[in-house]
Design a protein around this ligand. Structure first.
Ligand SMILES: CC(C)(COP(=O)(O)OP(=O)(O)OC[C@H]1O[C@@H](n2cnc3c(N)ncnc32)[C@H](O)[C@@H]1OP(=O)(O)O)[C@@H](O)C(=O)NCCC(=O)NCCS
Length: 141
């Protein structure tokens, strides 16, 4: 198993993987064009885990100049609990830190207890003092 930088050539394989691991979190922001733009804006930061040529894990990592953000942290079910997720998250945070960013945020569904446990055990602090508000730019235009 190796961890390497994600490229847009991985798109079809990672999008197929996300149908299994991350379906509910997918949106128009995950189109090929959006992911290409994301990777271009955050060069070398997003990672894939590859085992015998097959992508088995992903993490999108980037920052906005102030704070780091991680999305689509996922490992295929049959490869879980072998610290592949931990290695992907560690690499993502190293890349974000190398850009001079001091803190990283993730979003996690309230009913995703595995995700919450993973991030808590990794060392993320669960915030009880913040709500996430979203605004639909297009619908509200
Ligand atoms: C969350 C996810 C990425 C974890 O990947 P993984 O490779 O299995 O995780 P790791 O093996 O690196 O786990 C690291 C540690 O996290 C915790 N952990 C991970 N999965 C856990 C589980 N199912 N139950 C309890 N603790 C868990 C443990 O502390 C684990 O260390 P340990 O195995 O030594 O006890 C994977 O379960 C997944 O893809 N889930 C679906 C997508 C998802 O929910 N992503 C998170 C979005 S917020």
């Amino acid at each position: 198993m190796e961890i390497r930088a994600m490229t847009i050539e991985d798109y079809d394989e990672i999008f197929a993987m996300w149908q299994i691991t991350t379906k509910r979190a997918l949106s128009s922001a995950d189109s090929r064009e959006s992911i290409a733009r994301y990777l271009e804006r955050n060069r070398g930061m997003s990672q894939v885990a590859v085992d015998e040529g097959k992508i088995i894990g992903t993490v999108l990592a980037g920052h906005d100049g102030r704070r780091g953000f991680i999305h689509h942290m996922a490992v295929l079910p049959e490869y879980r609990r072998h610290h592949i997720g931990k290695k992907l998250a560690t690499t993502a945070i190293e890349k974000i830190t190398a850009e001079g960013i001091e803190k990283t945020h993730i979003f996690c569904y309230k009913d995703n207890l595995t995700g919450q446990k993973f991030w808590s055990d990794f060392g993320f602090e669960k915030r009880e003092d913040i709500f996430d508000f979203s605004y639909d730019n297009v619908k509200n235009m």
